[in-house]
Design a binder for this molecule. Structure first.
Ligand SMILES: Nc1ncnc2c1ncn2[C@@H]1O[C@H](COP(=O)(O)OP(=O)(O)O)[C@@H](O)[C@H]1O
Ligand SMILES: [Mg+2]
Length: 202
């Protein structure tokens, strides 16, 4: 099983969008996928409803013992859409204990880069509670192609010691307008699925 959790301090950082697109990418390459919505806001569940259901397992689990229950889906890949740490610290911490890979989506903007320092603090506090061998990595997300901000954010975050994924998700209308719809094929999320499987050796 590969357990992936999208975690950030704040809402609006593309956690849900990333979780849903990545779940489709794994599903389309034949992996069994479970998407677990840990956010009391339930936007992944709402997305599934609007889309007429996802073609893989979806469950709502906005609970503080997420780490004990999220494996119940028993799929090859389980993706957690985790609520913002600032409002739902206990659920988010539970998810960080559970994950094999904690993915932090970050846009290359001053405000999101600044918010990485409180996030770093949370990660430090969680270090000993995480699964042995668990990885934490940054997913550059909402990156304007051709602009200097993407590569610059990659340098800044790498210098701070973050493991920045090679895959970056571009800022595109197709992602911005995707809520409630079925994701397209052949996007950066397919590269992300490949990169995460390679890292996990699966
Ligand atoms: N790659 C992207 N390009 C453009 N807009 C995006 C992208 N990813 C997400 N968004 C938009 O950013 C907003 C926040 O995304 P969402 O996934 O709901 O964040 P969160 O779950 O972290 O609150 C949404 O309006 C979404 O459509
Ligand atoms: Mg969300």
């Amino acid at each position: 099983m590969l357990r992936i959790a999208f975690v950030q301090l704040k809402p609006g950082t593309a956690k849900t969008t990333s979780a849903v697109w990545l779940a489709y990418a794994f599903h389309r390459r034949g992996r069994t996928v479970g998407l677990v919505d840990a956010d009391p806001g339930a936007s992944a569940l709402e997305w599934s409803d609007q889309a007429g259901g996802f073609p893989f397992k979806v469950a709502g689990l906005p609970v503080k013992d997420f780490h004990r229950r999220a494996d119940d889906l028993a799929t090859d890949v389980v993706i957690g859409d985790i609520p913002q740490v600032e409002d739902h610290a206990q659920i988010a911490r539970s998810a960080m204990r559970w994950a094999d890979v904690v993915v932090l989506p970050v846009a290359p903007t001053g405000i999101e880069l600044d918010r990485m320092s409180p996030m770093t603090q949370v990660l430090e506090e969680m270090e000993d509670l995480m699964r042995p061998g668990a990885q934490t990595c940054v997913l550059l997300n909402r990156v304007v192609s051709g602009a200097a901000s993407g590569p610059s954010a990659r340098r800044v975050l790498s210098r701070q010691g973050y493991d920045v994924l090679s895959t970056a998700i571009p800022r595109l209308e197709v992602f911005a307008q995707s809520f409630g719809a079925e994701p397209d094929r052949n996007t950066a999320y397919d590269q992300l699925a490949t990169e995460l499987l390679e890292r996990a050796g699966k």
